[in-house]
Design a protein around this ligand. Structure first.
Ligand SMILES: [Zn+2]
Length: 144
């Protein structure tokens, strides 16, 4: 069951969106370098400048953006628990617990929580503890 009428838990940085972003930037850089070539090289034509710019930009930008994307995912995994642990949740919502045991969701009062895997990095398997009633992510934990 996956309710979405609450706060949608944050997932690993979206790969598909990242690739779209990468392609957009790649085309922008190629266009900019092509324009630069047309100014700098006296005999450069439009198509030739774009091809040349592609050969210059692609071998630099593609490996760089793959590296940067990996780093972004690692950082996300590293900071996954920051301020979002069960202890943090207990501290900000003491009424949701009795004797240190989870009692009910602070939003809707539901007693049942399920685990949702939100990502997997070198820092562990990252999971959200989600309220079955309203879909709010209550706290987070890592499996290593
Ligand atoms: Zn709830």
């Amino acid at each position: 069951m996956d309710r979405t009428d609450g706060q949608e838990p944050a997932r690993t940085p979206n790969i598909k969106k990242g690739i779209n972003e990468m392609i957009k930037r790649l085309l922008t850089y190629i266009a900019l370098v092509a324009v630069a070539f047309m100014f700098v090289l006296p005999d450069a034509n439009f198509v030739g400048s774009i091809v040349l710019a592609g050969f210059v930009v692609m071998p630099i930008y593609i490996p760089y953006s793959i590296w940067a994307g990996g780093r972004e995912i690692d950082k996300w995994g590293e900071n996954f628990l920051t301020g979002r642990t069960r202890a943090d949740y207990l501290e900000s919502n003491p009424d949701s617990f009795s004797n240190g045991k989870f009692k009910s969701c602070h939003q809707c009062g539901e007693k049942s929580v399920y685990l949702k895997q939100l990502g997997n990095t070198k820092h562990g398997i990252h999971q959200g503890h989600i309220c079955r009633g309203c879909g709010t992510e209550l706290w987070r934990s890592n499996l290593s």
